[in-house]
Write a protein that binds this ligand. Structure first.
Ligand code: DX5
Ligand code: ZN
Length: 220
């Protein structure tokens, strides 16, 4: 079974407490929290105070996806706000290894996100230092976009690389995940499914989460 990480970017922020309660009662494994700075990506979302409040509402894993430049300036603050996993973008980090060391030294799990145009091979020399690869299957910045089909090839390539090195790095797929394409994404080798619009756009979000969770994982 894949891990399911609903993205709160598509939640109703006027009813955030109820949305968190719904996720707590659901089969969701992680809370996926998207932070955007209007510089690395052409959108601004939410930041530290919102994450600190969400942290108080759940004991599930808070998976924070930073789509910001210079994430090293805020790593400690995100730890204090309650992040369990902190993911930075390879395209935003010229000294990525230093970023990863900083995240791990603060006791968080470290993730690296790659945009759709970034080759999987760019992860080769950082893979053994990280816990998670967040593979973008849309262009980062907005919820509700369509899944880019070529991502399936990239997932297979990364799965092979991780298995050959006998690592336990998780592959998380972020963007355009639906009940209809989840099986093909998991079949390609994904471990974690992020879903924003698919979950929060539904009138039965818990049922949608349960259906995503039911996808069988054959590559284990
Ligand atoms: C996009 C974010 C995603 C987004 C996914 O930049 O990283 O996490 O919320 O939303 P959906 O599932 O609607 O594509
Ligand atoms: Zn995300």
């Amino acid at each position: 079974m894949p891990l399911i990480a609903p993205s709160l970017l598509s939640a109703n922020f006027l009813r955030l407490e109820d949305e968190c309660k719904m996720l707590n009662e659901s089969e969701a494994d992680w809370f996926h929290l998207d932070v955007m700075d209007g510089r690395f990506v052409p959108n601004i979302s939410f930041g530290l105070p919102v994450i600190a409040q969400i942290r108080k509402s759940t004991s599930k894993i808070c998976d924070v996806h930073l789509m910001i430049l210079e994430p090293e300036k805020f790593t400690e603050e995100f730890k204090e706000a309650g992040a369990d996993i902190l993911t930075v973008h390879i395209e935003a980090c010229p000294h990525l290894h230093r970023n990863i060391e900083q995240i791990k030294s603060l006791g968080m799990q470290a993730g690296v996100a790659i945009n759709p145009h970034t080759p999987v091979s760019f992860l080769k020399d950082i893979l053994h230092d990280i816990d998670l690869v967040c593979m973008m299957s849309v262009n980062a910045g907005f919820g509700g976009q369509a899944f880019i089909p070529h991502t399936l090839e990239k997932i297979k390539e990364l799965r092979k690389m991780i298995d050959e090195k006998q690592l336990s790095v998780k592959i998380e797929i972020d963007g355009g995940v639906t009940v209809g394409n989840a099986q093909s994404i998991v079949d390609a080798g994904a471990d974690v499914l992020v879903a924003g619009n698919t979950v929060f756009g539904s009138i039965m979000p818990k049922e949608v989460i349960a259906r995503l969770k039911q996808v069988s994982k054959n590559h284990e």
